[in-house]
Write a protein that binds this ligand. Structure first.
Ligand code: SF4
Length: 452
């Protein structure tokens, strides 16, 4: 969502005549879009701000601005704490970024704009289509009505509000007209999209499926309790909906799930997995896991390992619990010590990574369609994703492949990716390093045949 917000601010600023300047030293305005989901990301922001002090001293006219969730959470405090900071804006003010920067410049005042848009359940925010990537994110709602006890989102993104299906489909059509093949709809708790507006996520998926030229649809993030039957069934019936879902379970222990206020049990979660696999037997599932939540015992953690072992996820984002100010979990006490958190994280990672490595092995010698999205910096290979969201590095295509869905024969794999060749072109052997997303030398330049 932050990537989407950053792109949006860039489009707004470009339309107002601002130009991107990658060198901080030369930029008239430095805008940092921030995330506050974990303590570590907040620390990084504060440390980056510290590093910018010298630049501001050398050039006092330079405008330094913070946007996003850290801005929302800290507001005026941030301005007081960082004297060389000029502007703080929350996520609901990003559409006003150009006007706010201009106010700082014109009036020479330091500003904070961190109010929530609290009116009603609907909002409008048509996508600003400058350039369309082969795969695009599209925010369809904002905020969250759940209050999971560890999560800061409801405090920095407000209550749920949704855009209309009509506006979103128009965005999809505009993106497709500019070359987009795949859209990923974004929402903090996307299953409840349309709450209070009379529209539903399954209706949006149906409507997107009818958009001519669009090839793939995905969405995230789902909540196990709110993932309804209509959405589950669609994985077996809606042609363009990719067989892939991110469904965070966070903990396998019912006691910890209750303390997290997640509103489901391990049994309910596993039941949803069963229904998903019934609707779409080869669905790729990914998840989020928190280890070391306050009060988590070894027995609780073993329940998490049990779920990981049973479900066999295609990928998992696993984190040590990070206390966030203002959340209820901060007051629970019973903190799990850092070394135990680290040890549990490593154990969870071992289970998941070995499963993924085995799963990726099964792709070898298969020919699968890959949407090519980008080229590596050294132009050695191109990367894209399968419908199951597996990252694939393709060795023998040229720039013309970007934005196309091509058949790729998988010749090698590791825990992080698959590697292969565009079918029909000559092959040579490639050597992989364990756990690396990169490809070692040993690839003959003679295999760099352009797609066209
Ligand atoms: S559902 Fe997700 S975004 Fe909402 S409070 Fe829970 S963890 Fe945070």
């Amino acid at each position: 969502m932050n990537v989407y917000d950053s792109d949006r601010m860039q489009s707004i600023l470009n339309a107002k005549g601002f130009r991107s300047e990658p060198e901080l030293r030369k930029a008239d305005v430095i805008l940092i879009n921030t995330c506050s989901i974990r303590d570590k990301s907040e620390h990084k922001v504060l440390s980056l701000l510290g590093e910018l002090k010298g630049l501001k001293q050398k050039d006092p006219k330079k405008v330094i601005a913070i946007s996003g969730c850290v801005g929302q959470r800290m507001g005026r405090t941030l301005l007081q704490r960082v004297p060389h900071l000029d502007l703080v804006l929350g996520p609901d003010a990003i559409d006003r970024v150009a006007e706010l920067i201009e106010s700082v410049v014109d009036r020479g005042e330091r500003l904070v704009e961190a109010k929530f848009d609290t009116e009603g359940r609907k909002y409008s925010q048509p996508c600003l289509v400058n350039r369309a990537k082969p795969s695009e994110f599209l925010t369809i709602m904002k905020g969250c009505d759940h209050f999971c006890t560890y999560c800061i989102v409801p405090f920095v993104r407000g209550r749920e509000k949704s855009r209309s299906i009509e506006e979103i489909i128009q965005d999809v059509k505009n993106l497709v007209a500019k070359g987009t093949q795949e859209v990923t709809f974004l929402g903090q708790n996307i299953n409840t999209y349309g709450k209070g507006t009379g529209q539903k996520l399954s209706e949006l998926i149906e409507a997107a499926n009818k958009v001519e030229g669009l090839k793939r649809i995905r969405y995230l993030t789902s909540h196990p309790r709110d993932l309804g039957e209509d959405l589950i069934t669609q994985f077996g019936t809606v042609e363009k909906l990719c067989p892939q879902l991110h469904l965070p379970f966070q903990s396998g222990s019912n006691r910890i799930l209750k303390a997290m206020a997640r509103l489901y049990t391990q049994e309910l979660y596993l039941n949803k997995i069963e229904l998903l696999r019934k609707a779409c037997p080869d669905i790729a599932l990914s998840t989020d896991v928190i280890v070391g939540f306050p009060g988590e015992t070894e027995e609780d953690f073993e329940q998490t390992l049990k779920v990981l072992s049973e479900v066999k996820f295609s990928s998992a984002f696993m984190f040590k619990y990070s206390p966030r100010p203002g959340t209820k979990a901060m007051d629970l006490g019973e903190e799990v010590c850092e070394s135990v958190k680290e040890e549990r994280l490593a154990r969870a990672q071992r289970v998941v990574y070995s499963q993924i490595e085995l799963e990726n092995l099964k792709y070898r010698n298969q020919i699968i369609p890959v949407l090519i999205e980008s080229m590596d910096k050294k132009k050695k290979f191109f990367s894209g994703r399968t419908t199951h969201s597996k990252l694939v590095h393709v060795m023998n295509v040229g720039e013309a492949s970007v934005g196309k869905i091509i058949d790729v024969e998988i010749t090698d794999s590791n825990v992080s990716c698959l590697k292969g060749f565009y079918v029909g072109a000559p092959k040579t052997s490639i050597k992989l390093t364990a756990n690396s997303g990169g490809v070692e030398s040993g690839i003959s330049s003679s295999v760099s045949a352009p797609l066209d």
